[in-house]
Ligand binder design. Structure first.
Ligand code: SF4
Length: 128
């Protein structure tokens, strides 16, 4: 299994991210978690962020999981539904995680829990 993390901090303007340091966070996460890489885009749901996400999903292998660490999963579900449809990336390998309202340690812990869960019980597509 390969895990890639795409971080978003809502343009750096949202108070939900005021306690996190997005300059130091990507390397901190890469050092402490079993991930291929962590990429930060300040607006994954914007034009460039969408394209970056599309590139990540299109280049993913069959055992790649992509964690979008950003706002509420419900909001992300709406924002990224079209991208999942157009890329054909399996929804069960696209994990939407809420990383708002905490600091770097909190984000690290949320990702750690998510990744440990995936490593223990990978989410797979329902049998056809
Ligand atoms: S994906 Fe969510 S956190 Fe990122 S810019 Fe859009 S609304 Fe904000």
């Amino acid at each position: 299994m390969e895990i890639k993390v795409l971080l978003c901090n809502c343009k750096g303007l949202c108070p939900s991210f005021k306690n996190s340091d997005m300059n130091t966070l990507p390397f901190q996460l890469e050092s402490e978690l079993e991930v291929k890489y962590v990429m930060l885009h300040p607006m994954t749901c914007g034009q460039g962020g969408n394209q970056a996400l599309i590139d990540v999903l299109r280049s993913a292998g069959d055992d790649t999981y992509v964690i979008s660490a950003a706002c509420a999963p419900k909001a992300q579900g709406k924002l990224f539904a079209k991208i999942l449809r157009t890329t054909g990336f399996p929804a069960e390998r696209f994990i939407m995680l809420d990383v708002r309202g905490t600091d770097n340690e909190g984000i690290l812990n949320r990702l750690k829990q998510t990744i440990e869960g995936l490593l223990k019980a990978p989410v797979t597509a329902p049998a056809a």
